[in-house]
Write a protein that binds this ligand. Structure first.
Ligand SMILES: NC(=O)c1ccc[n+]([C@@H]2O[C@H](COP(=O)([O-])OP(=O)(O)OC[C@H]3O[C@@H](n4cnc5c(N)ncnc54)[C@H](O)[C@@H]3O)[C@@H](O)[C@H]2O)c1
Length: 506
């Protein structure tokens, strides 16, 4: 069977079904759409045809290409009309019983060689396949919304799926121009599993009163390079939808602490603070527009202040430059100084002061990640003197750069969120849920992160990420921060986190 010009059935003409129809029709396949609701398949086809026509009007494709793609789309009145399909992809309601019944019915009408794929996000593929006589031809084929633009799909073999089925689906996806990654039949597969750290750690930071919602979002955008902050993303997806995913992945992973959902979420769902769709979530919305908080002006600088900068600070020279700029008097010893500035990885300001015998009332910490030239985060101890805090903000903002002030937190905000993301990705690799290359590509394409998580860990430094996690764990006692053995071993050996294990057999 040639990979091109196959006949592909799509069951379910909703959000995902429509995207899948468009993708494969434009990739040169005959695509037949069926939906149980009257007229739904026709509406889906009309919708896709409209998109393809607009694409031609905008000059993205030629009129001839559009016409050919449109000509490949067909609508079925009955499931039995899918009998001649080589592959059927279901994108019906997320309900195990419905999907099992559907696959059973499909198996009775389709050829022995046909493949049955499910676009489920959260169900176990092996459970869907268990209802089939030939589970070896059943697999997950998980696309992301909007399908034509999100250029990655997860191929998920169930426990009995054949290698030929996986390879066939991988080829189909690749020839449609998407990156096919293979993910084990485990909760969240690859992308939704790797994406857990961003939300859960941001919620943890919020729970601990480290910073408020706009500050956490702004930090993760400006300092870490995420396109959207975690709370902005939760508002976009809808907290009811994301909340269910958080709980379901935690339950399916047998209460793994790394995925523990936040108690901040259920009351907000009950109150209807769902996000953009309900007009208010973590932010308020006027139509499509998000109401932005008004930034606070930096306090006025204080000339002649006696400042000590920890010689161990990563950016000692740059902080000295800022201090000179605001006419501070630089001190050689912490004792006589009015303001102490320190920098470190993984600890909190209080812990650092106590360990180094520094006065916590006069001490502030500056996050060395991502570096002063990109963003400045100032962390306070619980006993900082207000005038010292103000003087520190003024000094750091002396050249007009924005400064985010946070409360005491092991690993600031960006260090702990990134270390969590790297750790979860490392554990995905450790468990063999996906290959290193697939993890990296799927996270960039499916989650839009600026770097793959393991390469990101390498940029920060594997041993540094390990130290951050160990210190957060020591401070909080929370096992969610326990480092994955994949990360610990590579950090200890001083090798890249992208290094796969050597095959056990030659
Ligand atoms: N929406 C997303 O962002 C997204 C992303 C990835 C995966 N998914 C998964 O894709 C699947 C579909 O999601 P969606 O958002 O497109 O849903 P949707 O509600 O937009 O569409 C589902 C369609 O399936 C039809 N349907 C229901 N039962 C059927 C049956 N037995 N036979 C035929 N048609 C039936 C419905 O009439 C409806 O048109 C779900 O499994 C979902 O978890 C969704």
């Amino acid at each position: 069977m040639h990979a091109y010009n196959r006949t592909i059935g799509v069951v379910g003409g909703g959000t995902m079904g429509r995207g899948i129809v468009q993708l494969f029709a434009q990739a040169g396949h005959r695509v037949l759409c069926y939906d149980i609701a009257a007229d739904a398949a026709q509406k889906a086809a009309d919708f896709v045809i409209g998109l393809i026509r607009r694409s031609a009007e905008k000059g993205r494709i030629t009129a001839a290409e559009a016409q050919a793609s449109i000509g490949r789309i067909g609508v079925c009145e009955a499931l039995s009309e899918l009998a001649a399909c080589d592959v059927v992809i279901e994108a019906v309601v997320e309900d195990l019983a419905v999907k099992i019944d559907l696959f059973r019915a499909l198996e009775n009408i389709m050829a022995e060689s046909a493949i049955l794929a499910s676009n489920t996000s959260s169900l176990v593929i092996s459970e869907i396949a268990a209802g089939c006589r030939r589970p070896e031809r059943v697999a997950g084929l998980h696309f992301f919304n909007p399908v034509p633009l999100m250029k990655v799909a997860e191929v998920v073999p169930g426990a009995r799926t054949s290698t030929a089925t996986v390879e066939s689906l991988g080829t189909l996806v690749a020839q449609a121009g998407h990156r096919a990654v293979v993910a084990a039949d485990q909760p969240g597969f690859l992308v939704n599993h790797a994406g857990r750290g961003f939300y859960t750690e941001a919620l943890r930071v919020l729970e601990e009163g480290v910073a408020d919602v706009p500050e956490i979002d702004a930090l993760l955008r400006a300092a870490a390079g995420f396109r959207m902050g975690p709370f902005e993303l939760l508002d976009l997806t809808g907290l009811d939808v994301s909340g269910k995913v958080m709980t379901s992945i935690y339950e399916q992973f047998q209460h793994e602490p790394r995925f523990r959902p936040s108690s901040l979420v259920p009351p907000r769902i009950a109150a209807g603070l769902l996000g953009r769709k309900s007009g208010q979530g973590w932010y308020r919305y006027e139509g499509e527009r998000k109401q932005e908080p008004v930034p606070l002006a930096a306090p006025p600088p204080r000339s002649g202040m006696r400042v000590w900068i920890d010689p161990a600070a990563d950016e000692h020279a740059a902080i000295q430059g800022l201090a000179r700029r605001s006419n501070a008097e630089l001190c050689d010893a912490a004792d006589g100084a009015e303001l102490l500035i320190v920098q470190f990885w993984g600890q909190d300001a209080t812990g650092y002061c106590v360990e180094h015998g520094l006065d916590a009332r006069r001490c502030v910490a500056v996050d060395p990640l991502p570096g002063l030239s990109r963003h400045r985060t100032l962390m306070l101890t619980p006993v900082i003197m207000p005038e010292t805090r103000d003087a520190a903000v003024a000094l750091l903002a002396g050249d007009g750069a924005p400064v985010t002030v946070i409360n005491d937190s092991p690993g600031f905000v960006v260090q702990r969120v990134l270390a969590t993301i790297v750790n979860i990705a490392a554990n995905i690799a450790q468990r063999g849920i996906a290959s290193v290359l697939d993890i990296e590509d799927a996270v960039k394409l499916g989650l839009g992160y600026p770097h793959g998580p393991l390469a990101w860990g390498d940029r920060i430094g594997g041993s540094r990420v390990l130290a951050i996690l160990q210190k957060i764990r020591a401070r909080t006692g929370d096992p969610r921060y326990r480092p994955s053995p994949w990360l610990s071993r590579r950090a200890e050996l001083g090798i890249s986190l992208l290094t796969p294990d050597v095959a056990r057999r030659p």
